[in-house]
Ligand binder design. Structure first.
Ligand code: DGJ
Length: 724
């Protein structure tokens, strides 16, 4: 739940510095907005905190001297219809059809909440009864700024929001390099970079139910040079919206960059009823002057403290059955798997897809979605017997659901055809033989809530839900929205949040994994309600190194589910476990397929994982060697007090006679001495690392480094550093 507003201090600040300036600050970043003589609000500075920023004036802006086409500066929230010829943040079609608005400054205030400060700036159109409020929440210690706006009007006729961005930011640098995170099923978070030149680059999605399939809602922009890991200035941004998003990067005629972030307005002209307030989703950003490494550490720390559901709580290791059994199981085989979970040493058994449906049993993905009753033939004693079997064997029980979806072959579809998003009188297109329920309809919201609620009422000891979402919205038409189809994409997400809020209010301690046909849902708003998320169905360990590398740019390890599977049986169990070890560890294998030595390795790794969780979940991540740079990957986590660190080194597919350099560590105390110990060795194996069980100064480790990589195929080392 959102941290409740504790208005400790209410400052009505007319104008800071006496120059109509509003300064929005974290410990290292400053955003300055200024009201010009025309009464409108402009961004005059965004960058590192500056002493003497009050010398700044909108009239001093370098672009003013150069530009003939745009002589007034960077309007903080530009609206369609004025003299700005580039991408705008807002476009309102008024009741009389006029698409223009001009927003003038009214007032602002700065409020202190628990853990963050908020600047609220009120703007109003002088002609139309339209008000816009800009919000900037600043997390000083984490150097994160959260931005959103609220739009309301008092017009009699129909007013449409045509574009409604959450944020508009401007930069004036010599060059801009964008890193984006392209995706597909089993190929999530593939990073690539390009220099931005004149014109627009758009990253967006139109999947409806989820933010991503082809593009993830994250970006990084290197300012004055390409994005560097531990050097260079970089903006990192993301939108908290589990639906269609759009980032527009536009370099204008003067070489200035504007970044517009928000809901994707395509096919979403939103009818806003008079007197209601439209709140845009949150856009989050950090501006790092020490590369993306620093930005990632800030995002991870902030997420754990302020965003991730149960961010401060522990996480459970688990055994999932999807890769192992698919739909093929029964009460006895599941009870046996619960026993395997115990033998392995994990905390929970997670039952995946295929446990429900009676008229149309879910024995494959063509039927049953929507009918959330245990299949009597497979599971005669229902879910309670499974929870009992798990608990008797000493593990907790979790269950898979996909509550927003329906198979046409289901009792739900027969009973409530109008609850389904589907085009009347046209062919229907399916993804995975299923359709999406109309979450804009309050009755559907009640139904979706009741799926979790009923399971919880029946099984109070249920500890975990995996909430899947395997289809984007196809055949987009809502019987509930009627003539307001432009509201559908947005109201769908609001409907989803409504259900998630109800679940969270009633079951605040429930652990829930956000999953969407792999990593289709991975946004920060979703993570207000979910304790973790599924990164990808691709669990091949080498691919996972890339995928995890990508997500780690923004996400804390505590939220990143990584399961050991048989996707690449050529890779040793050690390599597969060690790759998952760096995230939220789980397994999705059958123990019968493991040798005794392999099982022992898993058991040992789980014990070590439990011991090292505080370190693995620490936000202090240093990415030392990128798999994008060569056939290795090295990650390091350091405790806040720098007494303890973990180095995770992976060799992928090295080239013949490759020269491998020592790896320099980071973030240690240079004056301290650290004992190096390789942990998690296969039974009977001794460490081959020359540094094993030796003591080095932090200074040495950071300047000279350790030889932990080798020219070998899919090998790994987990190395613990303890201050002596
Ligand atoms: C897609 C998920 O990503 C998988 O982990 C699994 O839960 C399947 N759905 C089940 O249908």
């Amino acid at each position: 739940m959102r941290k409740t507003l504790l208005a400790a201090m209410l400052l009505i600040v007319a104008y800071a510095y006496g120059k109509n300036e509003i300064s929005i600050e974290t410990n290292h970043t400053q955003l300055v907005l200024q009201v010009k003589d025309d009464g409108r609000l402009y961004q005059t500075y965004l960058g590192e905190r500056v002493t003497g920023i009050d010398d700044l004036s909108v009239f001093d802006m370098p672009r003013l001297r150069r530009s003939h086409t745009l002589s007034r500066g960077f309007e903080a929230y530009p609206v369609m219809g004025t003299e700005d010829f580039f991408e705008q943040a807002l476009e309102i079609r008024h009741a009389d059809g006029n698409p223009t608005s001009v927003l003038k400054y009214v007032s602002h205030e700065q409020i202190t909440h628990e853990g963050y400060a908020e600047t609220i700036i009120r703007l109003r159109d002088e002609v139309y009864p339209l008000s816009v409020t800009l919000h900037y929440a600043t997390y000083a210690d984490e150097d994160i700024i959260r931005q959103w706006s609220e739009i309301t009007h008092d017009e009699k006729g129909q007013v449409y929001l045509m574009r409604y961005a959450s944020s508009m930011l401007y930069f004036e640098e010599t060059s801009y390099y964008l890193t984006e995170f392209a995706s597909d099923w089993a190929r999530e978070m593939q990073m690539s970079s390009q220099q931005l030149q004149y014109g627009k680059k758009i990253i967006d999605s139109r999947l409806g139910t989820r933010a991503t399939m082809f593009a993830q809602p994250f970006f990084e922009v290197g300012l004055d040079g390409p994005v560097g890991e531990e050097h260079g200035r970089v903006l990192m941004g993301t939108l908290g919206w589990t639906g269609n998003f759009r980032f527009t990067f536009e370099v204008d005629n003067n070489g200035a960059l504007r970044i517009v972030s928000g809901i994707n307005p395509d096919a979403s002209a939103y009818l806003l009823p008079r007197g209601t307030t439209f709140r845009t989703p949150d856009f989050y950003f950090t501006l790092s002057d020490e590369g993306v490494g620093q930005g990632s550490r800030r995002f991870q720390r902030w997420a754990l403290r302020h965003q991730l559901h149960q961010g401060a709580e522990d996480r459970m290791t688990l055994l999932n059955n999807w890769e192992n059994t698919h739909f093929d199981f029964n009460e006895q085989s599941l009870a046996d798997l619960c026993g395997e979970a115990k033998a392995l040493g994990v905390d929970l058994f997670l039952l995946d897809d295929g446990w429900f449906g009676n008229k149309y049993p879910r024995s494959n993905d063509r039927a049953g979605l929507g009918d959330w009753e245990a299949t009597r033939e497979k599971l005669p004693n229902g879910v309670p017997a499974l929870v009992k079997a798990a608990n008797e064997r000493g593990v907790e029980f979790g269950i898979w659901i996909e509550p927003e979806m329906v198979n046409p072959k289901s009792e739900l579809a027969e009973k409530h055809p109008d609850w389904i998003i589907r085009l009347p009188e046209r062919d229907t297109y399916y993804q995975r033989h299923q359709l999406v329920l109309d979450m804009t309809n309050p009755k559907v919201q009640d139904y979706v809530f009741s799926i979790v609620d009923r399971l919880m009422q029946e099984n109070p000891r249920l500890k975990f839900f995996k909430w899947d979402c395997n289809s984007p919205i196809t055949n987009i038409y809502s019987a509930y929205e009627k003539e307001n189809q432009g509201n559908l994409y947005v109201d769908f997400v609001h409907g989803l949040y409504n259900v998630l809020q109800r679940i969270q209010a009633k079951y605040p301690k429930l652990y829930m994994m956000m999953c969407s046909g792999g990593g289709g849902r991975s946004d920060f708003e979703g993570l207000r309600y979910f304790t973790e998320f599924w990164l990808s169905d691709n669990t091949e360990p080498v691919e996972r190194l890339f995928i995890q590398w990508g997500y780690s740019q923004f996400m804390p390890a505590k939220a990143m589910c990584a399961h050991v599977t048989n996707w690449n049986s050529r890779a040793s169990i050690k390599f597969r476990v060690d790759v998952a070890f760096s995230c939220k560890l789980g397994f999705d294998i059958g123990l019968k397929g493991l040798s005794e030595q392999e099982l022992h390795y898993c058991q040992q790794a789980i014990r070590e994982y439990n011991r090292l969780k505080p370190l693995i979940f620490s936000p202090n991540l240093y990415r030392l060697y990128s798999p994008y740079d060569g056939p290795h990957c090295v990650l390091q986590r350091v405790s806040d007090d720098r007494t303890h660190a973990l180095l995770m080194a992976y060799d992928i597919h090295p080239r013949y006679a490759e020269r491998v350099a020592p790896v320099r560590l980071r973030g240690l105390d240079s004056q301290s001495r650290y004992r190096i110990r390789e942990i998690c060795l296969m039974e009977g194996q001794k460490s081959r690392l020359a540094c094993h069980d030796k003591v080095y100064s932090g200074d040495y480790l950071m300047k000279v480094g350790l030889t932990v990589l080798s020219a070998s195929d899919m090998t790994s080392h987990l190395i613990e550093l303890t201050r002596e």
